[in-house]
Design a binder for this molecule. Structure first.
Ligand code: AFP
Length: 351
């Protein structure tokens, strides 16, 4: 890989590792890089460009499909990613945390190609958006599946309801003290840092792996009173081992730190809400794929999250992801728990 530097060069060079690769996925990944640069520009100047605060339509606060209020930047990021992805000939459908259903991409209608593309993109355009107004890191998360239905027809929900083990690629963008794009197509995880003076992402973190050490645990401890006591037991054990707590409220930022420093992120289900808060398609699955590629693991109270088939587009899931040793210890404690969180009924089918 000597001489490979920019995201685009790297993606294209990696394509050669896959026999019969056509370059379609490479094009899609570089388009995601382009959308990330556009969102990055807005995130960086949010305080100056009047784009802080909640988004309003007809004088009312806008809400997404899950009833959560939308920030102006949520709407901008959703708009930007969907616009760029729709122009990518290989994309046949998009689902976004901010939109109720599938966004179909019919290229033949615009005389740009034959029917619908073969890639299905799941996206959380702006993860942790409540951090924007207080100038703390936010992110974008994406996952790419190969569609199962015929290319001549609009995509169907089942094209997106696949286990994370079937992801063709996944990644995130972290808009932090510097902006990074981290992705995997299944042959390891690589990270790229954005150089704003040149306007390019450059390879800065090749072959990312969780380090040997377990240093950090990330959890919102306000969510622990109504969950499996094994989690509190696990956290006590983490402290005993000298691990420290760090939690930003943006999953991407917490995941990234834990990947670099060695740690685990926990967002459990509760007895009253066994499915937890985080979204399966837009948050949990892409990060589970990346964690595995980086030598880590992901659990969701009862299963390896990679094996779980989501039941609906906006399904939520408990999420424990990070260092493989931390996950293994947590699993053991959960298995021995006197009060496990019940499995959400009828939501998941294991392969
Ligand atoms: P928002 O995108 O609505 O801010 O949610 C962020 C998030 O899904 C994830 O990024 C955080 O880790 C988690 O929620 C924080 O949730 P709590 O506020 O309950 O800790």
């Amino acid at each position: 890989m000597i001489g490979v530097n920019t995201l685009q060069e790297f993606v294209v060079a990696r394509q050669a590792d896959f026999a019969g690769a056509t370059g379609d996925l490479s094009r899609l990944l570089t388009d995601i890089g382009t959308a990330a640069k556009m969102v990055n520009r807005h995130v960086n100047s949010a305080g100056l460009s009047g784009i802080l605060g909640v988004h309003k339509a007809n004088g009312n606060t806008s809400r997404n499909v899950q009833g959560e209020s939308q920030q102006k930047l949520d709407v901008y990021a959703d708009d930007t990613f969907t616009r760029v992805l729709k122009s990518c000939l290989k994309v046949g459908g998009i689902v976004s945390e901010e939109q109720p259903g599938i966004i179909h991409v019919d290229h033949s209608a615009r005389g740009q190609g034959r029917g619908y593309g073969k890639y299905m993109v799941c996206i959380d355009p702006l993860d942790g958006s409540s951090n924007v107004d207080v100038n703390i890191s936010v992110g974008t998360i994406f996952g790419i599946y190969r569609r199962k239905s015929p290319l001549t027809e609009p995509a169907v929900v089942e094209d997106f309801l696949q286990p994370a083990s079937e992801l063709v690629a996944a990644g995130y963008v972290l808009y932090g003290s510097s902006t990074m794009l981290v992705y995997s197509t299944g042959g390891g995880v690589n990270g790229f840092t954005f150089d704003p003076s040149i306007g390019e992402f450059f390879l800065s973190h090749p072959a990312m792996q969780f380090p040997k050490e377990e240093r950090v645990y990330s959890v919102n401890d306000a969510r622990l009173s109504d969950t499996d006591p094994a989690i509190s037991e696990f956290l006590a054990d983490c402290r005993q081992r000298g691990m420290t707590a760090r939690y930003t409220g943006a999953l991407v930022a917490d995941f990234h730190r834990n990947l670099i420093q060695g740690g685990i992120y926990l967002y459990p289900g509760s007895y009253s809400k066994p499915e937890g808060k985080l979204r399966m398609l837009y948050e949990a699955q892409p990060l589970a794929f990346l964690a595995e590629q980086a030598g880590g693991a992901t659990w969701c109270h009862h299963h390896n999250l990679l094996d779980v088939v989501p039941g609906s587009l906006h399904q939520r899931t408990p999420l424990f992801t990070g260092h493989a040793d931390s996950i293994a210890r947590l699993k053991n404690m959960m298995h021995a728990s006197a009060r496990p969180i019940p499995e959400p009924e009828g939501m998941w089918v294991l392969r």
